[in-house]
Design a protein around this ligand. Structure first.
Ligand SMILES: NC(=O)c1ccc[n+]([C@@H]2O[C@H](COP(=O)([O-])OP(=O)(O)OC[C@H]3O[C@@H](n4cnc5c(N)ncnc54)[C@H](O)[C@@H]3O)[C@@H](O)[C@H]2O)c1
Length: 332
């Protein structure tokens, strides 16, 4: 199998490329413009495993597709920060929406399906209109969604989205329109991640704690997410690729999947800081950020059923592993 991975030196791209290389019997081409800090270190890791890499702006990747002729395109390159999308919405659109349709159309020419990482932000502010319950260290849904989470049928309409939520939704719609799969990811974490204040919060907080720096929390710190370890995310993406290509399961093409760790892997910012020895009084608090969701966790049953998939890495084990990895890779 030939797999093209855009954003291939990013966090998820690197983890996928390493896993595919470990499985063997596949030709992998990773591309990235190396704009994300940390991607240059990931590139060294890819090169140490002899994984092919081409430095490329996303707009040039469609031109590579007819030559490499992938069986599947894993499209991960993106403008990933909500905050940057608010300050530079046009740039965000160009990368996430226009960049995606161009990839999709080029892949369509050679009948290669696109597997895409969308986001829970496609649901926009609809999530914030749900009734919530407040607990000592977390918010949670009230009523029938409690413990169950948001499924794929939850409305994406009639609400305010951030520009990032819009551009990723536009990308998602093109991917699905032309027979690809869109994974609406919650919050992924794991090795090869270089979290920043705007994206990758578990990794960002780990870095702050290890460096002995003050942690700033936007909002009250009780916001919760269902966190998913990269090993589990990659496991799903590989299963999806196999299902479409080797098993010819066309019924999965055009689908959207909510992808996260599920309720059992929910954690709030306060709970994470406490796990790493930082209690509330030691944290710095600022105002909520635009359209931040107090609660997001998803119902992952559709992905579980379609791909016989289940997250295997519990959040406590995964978070310990992330901390160790971050400690051993402080140069990133
Ligand atoms: N990490 C998460 O928790 C999360 C959650 C929801 C969705 N996603 C989505 O998953 C995907 C991967 O996320 P990630 O965490 O690995 O991010 P990442 O920033 O680590 O990886 C993205 C890579 O894309 C590259 N890139 C950015 N703009 C580019 C451009 N114009 N041309 C070429 N390369 C470019 C960057 O250099 C980076 O290496 C993204 O599409 C993101 O929107 C991630």
């Amino acid at each position: 199998m030939r797999a093209l991975i855009t954003g291939g030196a990013g966090f998820i791209g690197t983890n996928l490329a390493l896993k595919l290389a470990e499985i063997g019997n596949q030709e992998i081409l990773t591309t990235d413009n190396l704009s994300r800090r940390g991607s240059e270190f990931n590139l060294e890791t890819l090169q140490s495993k002899d994984i092919s890499f081409k430095k490329s702006e996303l707009e040039d990747v469609p031109g590579l597709i007819p030559y490499f002729k992938p069986d599947v395109v894993y499209h991960f390159a993106a403008q990933v920060a909500v905050t940057d999308s608010v300050t530079s919405p046009k740039r965000d659109f160009d990368i996430n929406a226009k960049g995606t349709i161009d990839i999709v159309l080029a892949a369509r020419e050679i009948l290669a399906p696109v597997i895409y990482t969308s986001t829970n932000k496609v649901f926009g502010d609809n999530v914030n209109e749900l009734p919530l319950e407040e607990f000592k260290t977390r918010w949670d849904f009230q009523g029938e969604l409690k413990g169950k989470g948001i499924n794929e049928d939850f409305s994406i309409d009639s609400s305010h989205h951030t520009p990032y939520g819009i551009s990723k939704l536009v990308g998602e719609m093109y991917v699905r329109e032309y027979g690809g799969i869109a994974n609406r990811c919650s919050c992924m974490y794991g090795p090869h991640q270089n979290g920043i204040v705007d994206q990758g919060w578990l990794s960002h907080i780990a870095k702050k704690i290890i460096a002995g720096e003050k942690i700033t929390i936007y909002g009250d710190g009780k916001q919760i997410r269902d966190v998913l370890h990269s090993d589990d995310a990659i496991d799903l993406f590989i299963k999806q690729g196999k299902a479409i290509i080797s098993q010819g399961k066309e019924e999965f093409q055009g689908q959207a999947y909510n992808v996260g760790g599920g309720y059992e892997n929910t954690i709030s910012l306060l709970e994470l800081c406490s796990m790493w020895g930082k209690e509330k009084k030691e944290l710095n608090f600022e105002n909520w950020r635009p359209a931040d969701q107090k609660v997001f966790y998803c119902d992952i049953s559709k992905a579980q059923e379609h791909f016989d998939w289940k997250p295997q890495v519990g959040y406590k084990q995964g978070i310990d592993q992330l901390y160790q990895w971050t400690k051993e890779n402080q140069h990133i």
